[in-house]
Design a protein around this ligand. Structure first.
Ligand code: NAX
Length: 378
């Protein structure tokens, strides 16, 4: 069987770095793959050059490469779709404008998926604002495609966090397990190594970071580490002069591999931004939020039952509130009437007023419940 993989934004920096990993067996092993490269019409010429290069690599696993500006052609019966193309954040642009521009793109992507993709297609959204783009896309096709078939990329942030810890402790990055990126792929994300993070020694023993590290290292994990990971994307732009591409492409490829092919190792979690239909950890339903996930047989499952600190919950709430704002801005465009009915009943979310430890699922305000009830009808 040939796996049909569509990649939007294929002529961009991430697309260029990602395509070889999809074509050469890194992700899908010995399976044959057919690549459908989707771009805007103005980029088709340079995309044709990328196609030549892919063919010139003579990968034994690559059966065909199609270039198109038509999402219906790219997604036709597609098994896997990676949405990398989007409207970039221009200098001086507000986040809300970025959402406006991208909501119309991702509405079209969702409609095309709904019309022609395989009903069990798996979709990874990379383009920013990734969580909300993912939400917009999955809503457009939720009557035919399960929202569990979608995720937005926070695995790059996950790997950045592991890399920082490995550098600090002088160990190989694969000895660092179960750091979690909670929330939005933005500067409000919360990299958390203390709730479930551990090191593995040579014989496979697990050593929890919170009880193994020195007080100084634990303080670092609560302070500088958090801001370093939150601001890593900005730092790369500042130093490199353009945004992360190689690391984003590798993370996208490895996220797909763990999710769809190998699964996670025993006891291991990875960070994936997924549709929160259950209110995991008391987070508002109906947003795409990054959680610790276990992957098995091509499915993700949020790891539940972790005990978070009060500080962690405070950080989660900040990121949740940003995602709720993004959702409102997006819905304003998708469903103006619905938005009006929501705004008359909205109030601020108070997750932290009473809770300190444990699940927050019982402390959502009634207005949030009401809002979620309305939104779940979309
Ligand atoms: P580039 O500007 O190099 O490439 C984007 C490509 O998308 C362009 O070739 C453009 O023509 C194409 N495109 C635009 N609208 C399209 C549409 N409607 N249909 C098909 N193609 C379209 O950006 P690049 O550096 O590749 O980054 C791509 C996206 O990834 C950006 O939104 C970026 O913000 C996001 N990122 C997400 C990360 C994550 O971890 N989730 C990290 C890296 C990156 O910042």
């Amino acid at each position: 069987m040939t796996i049909k993989i569509a990649v939007s934004g294929a002529a961009g920096q991430i697309g260029y770095a990602l395509l070889p990993h999809l074509a050469n067996g890194h992700v899908f092993g010995h399976e044959q793959v057919e690549l459908r490269l989707l771009e805007i019409p103005q980029a088709l010429k340079s995309l044709a050059g990328t196609r030549y290069e892919l063919l010139d690599c003579a990968f034994p696993t690559l059966s065909d490469v199609i270039c198109t500006a038509d999402p219906l052609e790219a997604f036709d019966n597609a098994d896997v779709v990676v949405l990398v193309g989007g409207f970039p954040r221009l200098k001086g642009m507000q986040r809300k404008d970025l959402i406006t521009r991208n909501t119309s793109i991702f509405t079209s992507m969702g409609q095309a998926l709904n019309d022609v993709a395989a009903s069990d297609v798996k979709v990874l959204v990379v383009a920013n604002p990734a969580n909300t783009n993912c939400l917009v896309t999955l809503k457009e096709c939720s009557s035919r495609i399960n929202p569990k078939n979608f995720c937005a990329l926070t695995y790059l942030d996950h790997q950045r966090a592991k890399g920082q810890i490995a550098q600090r402790l002088g160990v190989s990055a694969n000895k660092v397990k179960n750091v979690t990126i909670w929330g939005n792929h933005s500067e409000t994300l919360y990299p958390d190594a203390l709730t479930d993070g551990y090191l593995v020694d040579e014989v496979g023993n697990k050593m929890p970071l919170k009880s193994t590290l020195s007080a100084e290292d634990v303080d670092w994990l609560k302070g500088a580490f958090v801001s370093t990971v939150q601001n890593r994307g900005k730092k790369v732009i500042e130093i490199r002069g353009s945004s992360s591409a190689m690391s984003a492409a590798i993370s996208a490829a490895d996220c797909l591999k763990k999710w769809l092919v190998t699964g996670t190792q025993d006891g291991e979690t990875i960070s994936m931004a997924v549709y929160n239909d259950q209110g995991y950890y008391g987070i508002a339903k109906d947003i795409v939020f990054s959680f610790p996930c276990v992957c098995k047989n091509g499915e993700w499952i949020v790891k539940e039952g972790l005990t978070l600190s009060k500080l962690a919950y405070e950080r989660l709430e900040i990121s949740q509130n940003e995602l709720l704002e993004e959702r409102e801005a997006a819905l304003e465009l998708i469903e103006p009437k619905l938005k009006r009915s929501i705004s008359t009943s909205s109030s601020t979310i108070s997750m932290m007023s009473t809770a300190s430890e444990g699940s927050l699922s019982d402390v959502k305000s009634s207005s949030v419940v009401e809002r979620n009830a309305i939104l779940s009808k979309i």
